[in-house]
Design a protein. Structure first.
Length: 100
């Protein structure tokens, strides 16, 4: 059986198909309504804030990786680049493993 969100998406797609068959115009710009719906969904704001904060921290750490590595004695740019890439890969793998 589909998840509740997948079932809801199927139901909405079927409803949109029916509206189009009835001659109603296609709703092509649904982002504002979708964003408003998500922002008003109970329990959505806390994970959203955590996600935004994690992106901010990741960007700050990434921005200073080169400078920090140079101060630590890593002067070859290839090594510094590989450390930065490793950091990004670790974030992606951690997100996949922890986030499911």
């Amino acid at each position: 059986p589909p998840t509740s969100s997948a079932a809801q998406a199927v139901k909405e797609a079927e409803a949109q198909t029916q509206r189009e068959a009835d001659g109603e115009p296609y709703e092509w710009f649904t982002f504002p309504a979708t964003a408003w719906k998500l922002l008003n969904t109970p329990g959505f704001l806390a994970p959203l804030a955590a996600f935004v904060a994690s992106i901010g921290v990741t960007n700050v750490v990434s921005a200073f990786t080169s400078e920090t590595m140079h101060r630590a004695g890593f002067t070859r740019e290839l090594v510094v680049d590989e450390i930065g890439a490793g950091f990004q890969v670790a974030i992606m793998v951690g997100g996949i493993l922890l986030g499911g």
